[in-house]
Design a protein around this ligand. Structure first.
Ligand SMILES: NC(=O)C1=CN([C@@H]2O[C@H](COP(=O)(O)OP(=O)(O)OC[C@H]3O[C@@H](n4cnc5c(N)ncnc54)[C@H](OP(=O)(O)O)[C@@H]3O)[C@@H](O)[C@H]2O)C=CC1
Ligand SMILES: CC(=O)C(=O)O
Ligand SMILES: [Mg+2]
Length: 764
């Protein structure tokens, strides 16, 4: 994209629709007169009175505890310089947006027309009743140091100048990891630091804490090398003055240096300077938006370089966005009075360690990457890594408690982790529980479409995580090619081509022939059918050569399910299989059925589907509350659908008196316990919203789950095939790697449960 187009696109992004990037959204109901009497006069007087009696109650009755002020005077906006408070507003709104999406912290951005320290401090101090924390941003040095020092001393809520400490935390983590990868010791590296402002001074102090030696670094500002002889500098910068007499310019300093840290302005470093650095150099060109040297320019100059910038469009984004949301999250959650050195160091180590852990597939997908791994192009985590909130915020909160600045103690860390995940909509607790369960006894899963990158990637993940033992069916040559091209490590996994003399062919063909001989299958045709991997895979499961079958990524549903039904069949007592989706929503999991198989279920089909679904939900350790849905509520309408759903509920009530099920009802009553209680107090959903929805037909089930997925942002796991004698699970056409991994996990848990049921039956 040309520079002009990019500029226009950025301007349009900010101007289109409602100008700017943020808005305020009420958190309480405002639909009725009654709601408004609570939200405003007279109801609002009650919390006012309570807070007047006990100031601390402001955290109980208002948003203060989750509200951070992002405050700037626009004197050092990114690397754009002193462009004034109004011009800084897009950046401050941007910080607010990042606080919200990454850590669910609400932000008011405040751009102050206040350049001297006294004015600035006076205004910010007066804001203490409103905010739970203060994030200072883009205020130039040296005033920023004095402003932060005074505010920290005079305020009783956490205050942090992000450009100083956010950047120090992130670049400290990145430096530790880069040194490890380049085989350098922090105590020995020679550093050139370009910039002597807010970020540079604070980052340098952090590096000293991490083990860098002061005598091994030199610092430059716009006036050149910082030396004791300079008379234009304050003590803060003179602290980093070098005694070296052999250098004057940046080019001199770069010769033989191990590390270049840029926190100054764009395009100040050239390729010759980079070539003059020591072997395996580390370059963090962090000026925004233009780094001191462009990423491409740097990696063209040196192959042995570890190169990072502050930008999101290249590998290794060393940017304080990895820090400030989570540091404040941890600090707010223990109501810390400050953000101290212990908390900053804890965050630094948590970020550095996270980079060394296996990268979740969701992160690979978000960055269109195939296999992110700790290394030259991945020295710190990616901003979209949802593990940051748990790892960093938890480390910060713990450090606050241990260092005595927490006014609130967290005692249940597991619950805290769940709370953090829920905040960012990553409440996949159920899926994680299932994954843990699968790992306790991994099963052999045969993949019928293994000559496909997504399947192989999923096979790699489930193998590495100990969820399953994959068996790969397909063109073995092609499978090996894909494995090699993508650096997958599946070399020792069993691979079978159904076309080239596969094992047990005679046995499987004989079985298929015997089962289908009265349906037109000859011995020859049975053998021919087994070339189809869905037939062969189903036979493997039937004969115990595999524990579960996964297929359907590239074929339609029927061509996958039909062979499984012919070879394996349904479990005893079940005449029809059904399909269920587990919808992972912000409010927790919901189960939808039948979304896949039965086009227009009869009353008895609805009963059977409900029984299958209810049992499966229980197997997932969730207590099912089932609503049988219609467009009618408890007899309010006549017609085919209300009548069959009403009748199904009546049968369920008679035959399964312990089942929590009700209907027929409309979806809004099923999902809203207040509505249900107010209007149908007799309903036996126990005063709670339903979590399991039985739809009257395939259209409604299918439409509902797809709408929730697309508009409601829910993740759909499924279709989970219910009622098969042995585990066969069918992927949605074009499923993502994550969806395939989820289905394999379900298949393994299904296999475990079927095995357990079989063992119990054998024992009895
Ligand atoms: N990646 C990240 O996460 C972050 C990046 N940054 C970036 O770092 C830069 C500095 O920010 P910040 O510290 O807040 O701003 P400051 O204004 O406090 O500091 C800027 C510093 O850069 C120096 N400088 C400017 N031009 C040159 C030059 N040509 N040669 C040498 N030094 C120069 C200034 O020198 P003097 O003191 O003489 O004026 C000053 O010391 C910005 O580009 C900003 O975007 C900042 C925070 C986080
Ligand atoms: C990232 C940031 O805070 C800056 O460039 O100023
Ligand atoms: Mg900044």
């Amino acid at each position: 994209m040309s520079t002009t187009n990019r500029k226009q696109e950025a301007l349009n992004y900010h101007a289109k629709g409602r100008p700017g990037k943020i808005q305020v959204i009420p958190t309480k109901p405002t639909n009725s007169q009654r709601d408004l009497t609570m939200a405003y006069s007279p109801g609002v007087a009650e919390p006012c009175r309570e807070i007047a009696k006990n100031t601390d109650d402001v955290y109980k009755y208002t948003a203060k505890g989750n509200l951070v002020a992002v405050i700037s005077n626009g004197t050092a906006v990114l690397g754009l310089g002193n462009i004034g408070p109004e011009a800084s507003k897009p950046v401050m709104e941007g910080k607010g947006l990042l606080f919200k999406i990454y850590a669910d912290i609400d932000v008011f951005d405040l751009e102050l027309d206040a350049n001297n320290v006294d004015d600035f401090v006076k205004i910010v101090k007066a804001l203490e009743p409103t905010f739970g924390g203060i994030n200072l941003e883009d205020i130039s040095a040296p005033t920023c140091f004095e402003i932060e020092r005074r505010l920290k001393a005079e305020m009783n809520i956490p205050v942090m100048h992000d450009d100083q400490h956010g950047t120090a935390i992130i670049s400290g983590a990145a430096l530790m990891n880069a040194c490890e990868l380049q085989g350098k010791k922090l105590s020995e590296i020679k550093l050139v630091i370009n910039g002597a402002g807010a970020a540079a001074v604070s980052c340098t102090k952090m590096y000293l804490l991490l083990g860098v030696k002061k005598e091994n670094l030199v610092m430059f500002d716009i006036g050149g090398l910082i030396t004791p002889e300079r008379i234009d500098l304050d003590d803060i910068r003179l602290e980093f003055a070098t005694q070296r007499k052999d250098i004057t310019t940046l080019a001199d300093a770069m010769k033989g240096a191990d590390v270049f840290i840029g926190l100054s302005a764009g395009n100040l470093v050239n390729q010759d300077m980079l070539r003059s650095m020591a072997p395996n150099p580390i370059v963090f060109a962090m000026a925004n938006p233009e780094p001191e040297v462009a990423y491409d320019v740097a990696i063209e100059a040196r192959q042995d370089i570890i190169m990072a910038t502050g930008r999101s469009d290249y590998p290794n984004q060393v940017n304080n966005v990895l820090g400030f949301p989570y540091i404040f999250r941890g600090a707010l959650d223990v109501r810390a009075t400050a953000i101290n050195e212990e908390m900053k160091l804890a965050a630094t180590h948590a970020i550095a360690e996270l980079a060394k852990k296996p990268v979740p597939e969701a992160v690979n997908l978000a960055y269109n990457a195939k296999n992110l791994k700790f290394g030259h192009d991945y020295i710190i985590p990616k901003p979209m890594d949802q593990r940051l909130i748990t790892e960093v915020s938890m480390a910060v909160a713990k450090a606050a408690m241990e260092s005595g600045v927490a006014r609130k103690q967290i005692t249940n860390w597991d619950a805290y982790v769940e709370e953090l995940r829920t905040r960012i909509g990553a409440n996949d607790k159920l899926m994680r529980n299932l994954s843990d369960k699968a790992k306790q006894a991994p099963k052999r899963v045969v993949f019928a479409e293994a000559d496909n990158y997504k399947i192989l990637r999923a096979a790699q993940i489930v193998k590495d995580e100990g969820i399953a033992i994959p068996i790969l069916l397909g063109n073995v040559e092609k499978i090996k090619e894909i494995i090699q091209e993508n650096n997958l490590e599946l070399g020792n996994v069993q691979m079978i081509s159904t076309l080239i003399d596969p094992p047990h062919l005679e046995e499987y063909a004989q079985y298929l022939y015997e089962k289908r001989q009265r349906r037109g299958i000859t011995p020859y045709e049975a053998k021919k059918l087994l070339r189809d991997r869905n037939y062969y895979g189903a036979c493997m499961v039937q004969f115990g050569e595999a524990d579960a079958l996964i297929s359907g990524l590239t074929k339609n549903y029927v061509s996958t399910v039909k062979p499984a039904l012919q070879i394996i069949g349904t479990e005893p007592g079940v005449s029809k299989v059904a399909g269920m989706y587990m919808m992972i929503t912000r409010k927790g999991p919901l189960f939808f059925a039948d979304t896949t198989v039965n086009v227009n279920p009869t009353t008895q089909d609805l009963v059977d589907i409900t029984v299958l679904v209810e049992r499966t939900v229980k197997q997932f350790n969730v207590t099912p509350r089932v609503a049988v849905l219609s467009y009618s509520n408890f007899g309010s309408n006549d017609g085919e659908v209300p009548e069959k759903t009403r009748e199904a509920v009546s049968i369920l009530h008679q035959q399964y008196p312990d089942m929590v099920v009700d209907g027929e009802m409309q979806a809004n009553f099923a999902m809203n316990s207040d509505l249900l209680k107010d209007n149908f107090p007799f309903s036996n959903l126990n005063g709670k919203a339903a979590n399991t929805l039985i739809f009257p037909n395939l259209e409604s089930g299918n439409i509902a789950y797809k709408l929730l997925q697309e508009v409601g942002g829910a993740e759909a796991v499924g279709p989970i095939l219910l009622g098969m004698k042995k585990p066969v699970h069918v992927l949605q056409l074009g499923s993502s790697v994550r969806e395939i991994v989820n289905m394999v996990t379900i298949a393994v848990v299904d296999a475990q449960q079927k095995e357990q049921a079989q063992n119990t039956a054998d024992y009895l």
